[in-house]
Write a protein that binds this ligand. Sequence first.
Ligand code: GLC
Ligand code: CA
Length: 564
Amino acid sequence: MERKGWQDAIIYQIYLRSFKDSNNDGIGDFKGLISKLDYLSDLGVNAIWVSPHYESPMDDNGYDISNFFEVSKDYGTLNDVKKFINLAHQKDMKVIFDLVLNHTSDEHEWFKAAKNPVHVDHHKYHDYYIWQKPKYDKDGDRQMPTQWRSWFGGGVWEYNEPTDEYYLHIFSKKMPDLNWRNSNMKRDLKDVAKWWINLGVDGFRVDASNHLEKNWDFPEGHPGYEHFSSLPKHHEYLEEFGIEIFHPNNVMAMGEAGGATKEEALKYCGFDNNEFDLLIHFGHVWADCDDSNHLTPGKWSKGNIDLNHIKKSFNRWFRMLNGDGWNLIYWHNHDHPRVISHYGNDSVYHTESGKMLAYSLYFMPGTPIIYQGEEIGMTNVDYKDLNDFRDVEVYTEYKNFLSFGATHEVAMQALRNRSRDNARSPFQWNNDVHSGFSKVTPWMNINENYSQINLKNQINDKNSIFSTYKELIRMRKEDNINDGILEFIDIDNKDTFVYVNETPTAKFLVLSNFYSKKIIFDLNIDIEDYENILYNYKEKELTNKMKLLPYEALVYKKRNRVMK
Ligand code: GLC
Ligand code: CA
């Protein structure tokens, strides 16, 4: 099989709003990103995924698009974008843009026409969205068509008086869902993608891709996620898009979908499929929920880490795709807490656990995505006030928590631990005022720990988390780590995280402790010829009985006897 560029990619995810502000309005932008291209190239990444940069009222930081062909004024001009693409290409970095196909903003021209019966284009655009007539209860009071719940915490239906209908929004009410059964709508979205491809984009990350189809019988359900998630027909839509747009233009496509079976995984990113090349799934992301917590339920309740769950997810995805498709690995993105606060220890063992997490992930096969700030161990933010949060989801969920009986402080703690805003605070470049991100107060608070945790402090320190990331990226390239075969050792052991990755040129053995206690375990493998190449405490000889200190991690390497 012909080898594809994305199989060698090391992707870096940019959350544009918080990466680098060039014009001192407190918001990250393309010129800021351009000014940091040398930084990214020096780090060693060769692909950049940029969060949505399109015109938007920013209800969901740009995932609510009001014009697919315009660049948000917050981020710059089309010329800036072109310049960014050209400069990235000159530095041998691919450009991946976010493509939002599930919904638009309610301020998009299509929706303005759709909701307004006297608009000249009403009939053209009404069916671009999903409408239902109200239901009435026995007292004659208007009711939503169903009790389905949105991903952001409220109902999925919003009433539109002029048409006496509800529209569907599985995210915020300012993000009406598009109707993928409408072929004109699909044609228009394909034109959007083509337009950006013509500008020189190398790939897309397709947002919310398993939600495109809905159950049009609108059966009752609470929360009812099964009626708008992973329905079989969404694969048809994605395949159509792939065949018509991504494949003929040689554009990489990376989907986003949770909860896939093996059959689905192969549809999404099997080598023979026509949908995507890579898939962002969430198998390992919420492995520490406390299911007994009813005040801040689901992902919002932090419990003990279930290490087996994490190992099994990485293992499962590797095995489902092994040889038949290409795997993708990452710790977290802009929708999750910072990994060092989530699965590491951001206070007592900041550097140790930051390195441990890096070794644990980045010796695995597959194409990696590093999220901005992860490479310097940025942590969750200690938001003091509800108004410090920016994420639209926070405000609906806060109300829910209080209605479940949580106190303000309990609700705040859940938000502090789990909200998406943790990953979205401005990049900590140095210890100047506003962390070198901007010269003015940024659009959201900078983490107070920026004077200790920042790039400047780490860039020349060979023992820093940053230097570890740089070294791991170099090693990934040198020994084709993306291409290896993953094998967990004693995967059922609740204490340990141990695996071997055999690449075409070397064999790596990684041993990690995810706990703040010591762990002791037997290593029943052939330990000959392994050399300790990385450690976050001290060099250690490999023995059949290993003792690891809190968050200790060790990487050993064995050269393959037969070199390719
Ligand atoms: C995806 C994005 C998330 C966004 C949602 C709606 O999950 O990653 O940030 O809120 O889709 O577009
Ligand atoms: Ca700016």
